[in-house]
Design a protein around this ligand. Structure first.
Ligand code: ZN
Length: 451
C-alpha cells in the first residue's frame, strides 16, 4: 500500500547527503565559535582538550572535541551554559530533576523557540497530521517540554489544539468524543491508561472515537505497549524522542512507516559511542547516542552524551527523508552490564523475548559466577499449549545473534515467575565483583524527562 507521506519542509527533509554534510561542516563550526566566544565554562572545556574552534575544519573533526554531559548542565544551573546576552532569552524549560538535585535547564531565544516549533511541527506532519485535525495534548504546558513543545508545533501545523494537560482520563475521553479529536500526544503509561479508560466506559474505540494517531514518548516503551495502545485507542502510535538539554521533543520521530525515528539531521548531528570507552562506533552499532546542535543559540550542545542506548544508520526509508534514522531507544547506559567483556543490556534481552509470540511479558535474567567464568541465564514463560522446546531454541539463537553471547534459556509455564511491581528490575547480578560496578546497581530509566 502506498502511503500518503506528508512533509512540513520537504526540501530540508529530503536534502541530499552532500548538502547535509556541507550544512554540518558549516554549522558545527558556528556552534563551536558561539560557545568559545560567549561562554567561559565551555571555552575552558574546549581549551582543556588542547583545542580551539580552528581545529574544526569538517565534520570529521568533531570526534576530537570533548563531550558535554548531564553534569555540565547540573553544575551550571541556572544560567551557566547560556551563550547569549540574558535579555535575548525568552523562555526556559527544565527536567523534573531527582529529589534534592537541581534540574537540567533548557534556555531559548526567540529564534530557538521558532526552530523548536518547526521541529515539533515536523514530527506531527511526519505522522500524518494536517490543519484538518483536532489535537489533544495530554501533557501539561509547564516546565516539561512535551506540553508547550507540542502545543506550539500543532498550532503551527494549523490543527485545532486542545491543551488539556495531564490526568482526568474520563474527561479526556469525553473531550475525544465531544471535539472529535483525531490526534493525541501522551506519555506511554498515560496512553495505556486512556485505552483502559475507553474500555471501562464501555466504548468501542473504532466506533465511538475519531482518533487516528498518537504521538508517544518521554519514557522507554516496548513494542508490546505499542500494540496495547494501538488496540485500546484504535490509533497508530508513533514513537518520538527528545531531551530538554537538546531542545525538548523534536529531535527525532517515526514516520508512517514506524521503522525507526528520523533524526532531524538538518538541526542535530548525531553520533553513537561506546558508553564505557567513549570510542566512536560505526553505523548500525549499538551504543550511547551523542548529539550536537547546529542552530541553537541560547544553549547549544556539543557532543552531548544523552545516556540513551540506540543505533543510528543512514535513511533509506520509503518516505524519502534523508539524514539519520535512530532505532527506538532500548535503554539507559546506566543499565548496561558488562559480562565477559561484552556489553549486555537487559532491555535488549527483553526486546528479543518480546519478539517471540508464544512468550508472556514476564521474564527473568540471572548473571552469576561459576568457577572463574560469568554466566547469564534467562527464564521466560511459555503460553499454555505452545512448544517450549521450540521457544527455547529460537530464543537462544536470537539472543546469541543480538549479544554474541551464549545465553541458556529455560521455558516455564505461564504464571510461574513472580510478576515484578511496577518498573522493578527483571535481572539479578549475583556476581561477587560485577565489572566496574556498572549496571547492577544502576538506577532505572524514565530519564527522558525532556520529552
Ligand atoms: Zn520515513
Amino acid at each position: 500500500m502506498v502511503k500518503n507521506y506528508l512533509y512540513f519542509n520537504e526540501k530540508m527533509e529530503k536534502l541530499p547527503w552532500s548538502e547535509l554534510t556541507k550544512l554540518h561542516n558549516e554549522k558545527i563550526k558556528i556552534t563551536l565559535n558561539r560557545m568559545w566566544n560567549n561562554n567561559k565554562y565551555l571555552q575552558d572545556k574546549i581549551k582543556k582538550a588542547g583545542l580551539s574552534p580552528n581545529d574544526f575544519k569538517t565534520v570529521e573533526d568533531v570526534k576530537k572535541f570533548p563531550f558535554m554531559e548531564k553534569q555540565d548542565f547540573l553544575a551550571n544551573y541556572p544560567y551557566g551554559l547560556c551563550c547569549v546576552p540574558r535579555h535575548e532569552l525568552v523562555r526556559m524549560h527544565a527536567t523534573s530533576g531527582t529529589s534534592g538535585k537541581k534540574p537540567a535547564v533548557g534556555l531559548y531565544t526567540r529564534k530557538d523557540l521558532e526552530d523548536w516549533t518547526d521541529l515539533t511541527a515536523k514530527n506531527l506532519v511526519a505522522i500524518g497530521m494536517t490543519n484538518k485535525d483536532v489535537f489533544q495534548n495530554t501533557t501539561s504546558s509547564g516546565l516539561f517540554t512535551g506540553g508547550f513543545g507540542y502545543t506550539q508545533g500543532a498550532t503551527r501545523v494549523g490543527a485545532m489544539v486542545i491543551p488539556f494537560g495531564g490526568g482526568m482520563s474520563a474527561k479526556q475521553v469525553q473531550f475525544f468524543i465531544d471535539f472529535q479529536v483525531t490526534t493525541i500526544h501522551a506519555i506511554p503509561s498515560f496512553a495505556l491508561r486512556l485505552g483502559e479508560q475507553v474500555a471501562e466506559l464501555g466504548l468501542d474505540p473504532a466506533k465511538d472515537l475519531f482518533l487516528k494517531r498518537a504521538i508517544v514518548g518521554a519514557e522507554a516503551w516496548p513494542e508490546s505497549s505499542r500494540q496495547r495502545i494501538e488496540k485500546g485507542l484504535n490509533v497508530k502510535a508513533y514513537d518520538n524522542y527528545g531531551i530538554t538539554e537538546g531542545i525538548g521533543p523534536g529531535i527525532s520521530c517515526e514516520c508512517l512507516e514506524q521503522k525507526g525515528l528520523h533524526i532531524w539531521s538538518d538541526y542535530f548531528y548525531p553520533e553513537v559511542i561506546d558508553p564505557k570507552t567513549g570510542e566512536l562506533l560505526n553505523e548500525g552499532e549499538r551504543g550511547e547516542l551523542v548529539l550536537t546542535s547546529l542552530f541553537k543559540e541560547a544553549n547549544p550542545i556539543l557532543r552531548y552524551r544523552t545516556g540513551d542506548i540506540t543505533t543510528i544508520f543512514k535513511s533509506t526509508c520509503p518516505c524519502g527523508r534523508t539524514g539519520w534514522i535512530m532505532d527506538r531507544v532500548s535503554g539507559r547506559k546506566d543499565e548496561m552490564l558488562i559480562v565477559k567483556g561484552v556489553n549486555l543490556y537487559p532491555s535488549m534481552v527483553e526486546e528479543e523475548i518480546y519478539k517471540v509470540p508464544d512468550t508472556t511479558d514476564n521474564w527473568e535474567m540471572i548473571i552469576k559466577t561459576e568457577g572463574v567464568m560469568d554466566h547469564v541465564y534467562v527464564t521466560v514463560e511459555g503460553k499454555s499449549g505452545t512448544d517450549f522446546a521450540k521457544i527455547k531454541n529460537n530464543l537462544e539463537k536470537m539472543l546469541y545473534e543480538a549479544s554474541m553471547m551464549k545465553i541458556p534459556v529455560t521455558v516455564v509455564p505461564a504464571g510461574t515467575l513472580l510478576v515484578p511491581e511496577g518498573k522493578a528490575k527483571r535481572y539479578k547480578d549475583m556476581r561477587e565483583k560485577p565489572d566496574d560496578f556498572r549496571g547492577y546497581k544502576g538506577t532505572k530509566g524514565g530519564h527522558k524527562d525532556g520529552e
